[in-house]
Design a protein around this ligand. Structure first.
Ligand code: ARG
Length: 566
């Protein structure tokens, strides 16, 4: 593998004996402006160890810097050592590297032999799959692919919310106002209406909540009527969820939801008891967390029923034992921060040294066209409807732009769904996002369609060229500003894949793709690719092909398809 940074590191290592390559690597940076070099070493960060002034260090390094075909020149400026790479060698090595690696460009083996559990999506049965779950699904699916690309073995778990008081509520609602035939016909829609009705009625008549709790307690005691209804509701919901996963192209390795832990929670309660962590409080069993400035973590309610946290603690014990994870990542809305802090603490108090391997990955809220898509208030917007809307709108755009496109429906699906996911993964996950159709479907904006369109452009150039593009092109011909910039951005991809993993942040890939597409389009507008001069054409095509490979790789990492035509 070619890696300019490691070549430069080797050169620097010879000069700075006091530090090893890893330490130098931490300091070496990419300057914001290419006039300051392609790489720079801020020497003030070394001044303590080397016991010299930064300006002096930079000057000495510049004076002693060895000859290398990869480095044109170095200069010492205000305590920085600025390193200018040799463009031709850089472009040559970068493009050949990508053309040789092809679909594995960016793959690394950092995680070889290690397991990571990614807990994501996890919608709740009988409640709608709302846009918050879409965020969890998009972020989790992307993290799954990013970890995999870094060499980890990933286990994607859909911790379906298929247990809890909401089923008690649904059973009460069904028994009071439900109609079997209507549910069979309307499926999840009818279940949701019943759920909404329950909340409306319970506001007027709080006794309904007691009835719901009683039904849930029955479920926990194995009552067959309660369990049959529960299974029925669950089957209906799962079918609905599966439709959404099919459209999104998302898969899981396990669907062990909350109910999976029913027969495993007694053992958890026992262990907590043995370790002296359980305390009675108003009839409930709790773990007191006041010492850590948190409200208690409730393990058993006063009627003996379990809670969300009880199941999470149990699931973590189970996963550690069965998957021996190096990390277990939970992707949920930021509103669940406290919940995760609490039960992570419980695991720590249980003496599990691996509690620090549990990581909560929170995200902000999403709204579409200015509407918060909440459930309770009866504003039931099914995710499936949003996805169909996106596909329909994309189809209209395609009809207007390129009516003769083959496979229009499939491509409209890939772009329409992609636009939503891309919009969702565009900014730091912790930020609230709000998008409008016009924004996310804009083919010229910083959007999924724009990146997919750019990818398709690379493909059509290659098709038109009808030449085999491979190594052996003359990189000396493609060293213009735009070409060099594009090669530099291409080169950054593996670094971004690693960074996205370390920061658990798919938006790093999303933003990178926008930069890459913009760099490519700048190049494309300034330089013709299909020129007469065969040598020049081959060199530019190498750049085009490397861009296509990298965009497709990046899109895959955020869960998008890369159609060859748009
Ligand atoms: N079902 C939950 C919700 O919709 C998310 C579950 C997340 N995973 C977990 N292990 N707690 O909010």
């Amino acid at each position: 593998m070619f890696n300019t940074k490691s070549i430069v590191l080797d050169l620097l290592k010879e000069l700075i004996e006091q530090l090893d390559a890893g330490q130098i690597s931490e300091v070496l940076e990419t300057p914001p402006n290419p006039d300051m070099g392609d790489l720079a070493l801020p020497c003030f960060k070394l001044s303590k160890i080397l016991r010299k002034a930064p300006i002096q260090i930079a000057q000495e390094l510049a004076d002693k810097f060895p000859e290398s075909k990869f480095v044109d020149r170095v200069e010492a400026v205000s305590g920085y050592l600025n390193i200018f790479l040799n463009k031709e060698a850089f472009i040559n090595e970068t493009l050949n590297w990508i053309l040789a690696e092809k679909e594995s460009y960016g793959s690394q083996n950092i995680g070889q032999g290690k397991n990571v559990v990614i807990d994501f999506s996890a919608p709740n049965i009988a409640k709608p799959f709302h846009i918050g779950h879409l965020r969890s699904t998009a972020i989790g699916n992307s993290l799954y692919k990013i970890f995999k690309c870094n060499g980890y073995n990933c286990i994607g778990v859909n911790h379906i919310g298929d247990w809890g008081t909401q089923f008690g509520k649904l059973i009460v609602a069904y028994k009071k106002w439900g109609d079997k035939g209507k549910i069979e016909k309307e499926q999840i829609k009818e279940l949701m209406s019943l759920y909404v009705k329950f909340h409306d009625e319970a506001e007027k008549n709080p006794e309904l909540d007691d009835e719901a709790r009683a039904w849930f307690a029955k479920m926990e005691q194995g009552d067959s009527e309660a369990l049959e209804l529960w299974q029925w509701f669950k089957d209906i919901s799962m079918q609905e969820f599966q439709k959404v996963y099919d459209v999104l192209g998302v898969k899981f390795d396990s669907y062990a939801g909350e109910s999976f832990y029913n027969d495993k929670m007694d053992a958890t309660v026992e262990e907590l008891k043995e370790k002296g962590l359980l305390k009675e409080s108003e009839g409930a069993q709790i773990v007191d967390l006041s010492e850590y400035n948190m409200p208690p973590c409730i393990i058993l309610k006063k009627d003996g029923s379990t809670l969300y946290a009880t199941r999470d603690v149990t699931a973590a014990l189970y996963r550690k034992k069965n998957y021996d994870f190096e990390k277990c990542v939970y992707v949920t809305g930021v509103s669940q921060n406290l919940h995760f802090q609490q039960w992570f603490k419980v695991i720590e108090l249980m003496g599990k040294e691996w509690s620090k391997e549990l990581v909560h990955v929170p995200f902000g809220t999403v709204s579409l066209q200015g509407e918060k898509l909440s459930t309770r208030k009866g504003k039931v917007v099914l995710l499936e409807e949003i996805l169909s809307e996106a596909i329909k709108k994309t189809k209209e755009i395609i009809e207007a732009k390129n009516p003769n496109l083959l496979n229009k429906d499939e491509i409209a699906r890939q772009i329409g769904v992609g636009a939503i996911i891309f919009g969702d993964l565009s900014s730091n996950r912790i930020k609230d996002v709000s998008f409008s159709w016009d924004e996310i479907l804009n083919f010229d904006g910083e959007t999924g369609p724009y990146v997919q369109y750019t990818h398709a452009r690379t493909c059509s150039l290659l098709v038109k060229a009808q030449t085999e593009v491979s190594e052996g092109f003359d990189s000396g011909l493609i060293d213009s500003k735009e070409e060099y910039q594009l090669a530099k951005t291409l080169y950054l991809f593996p670094e971004k894949v690693k960074q996205a993993m370390n920061e658990l942040e798919p938006s790093i890939i999303t933003r990178y793709l926008v930069d890459l597409a913009q760099d490519f389009n700048r190049f494309y507008h300034e330089h013709s690719v299909l020129v007469e001069d065969e040598e020049l054409k081959l060199a530019r095509l190498a750049l085009v092909k490397a861009t296509g490979i990298t965009i497709a790789r990046g899109l895959d990492l955020i869960g998008l398809k890369a159609p060859e035509r748009v």
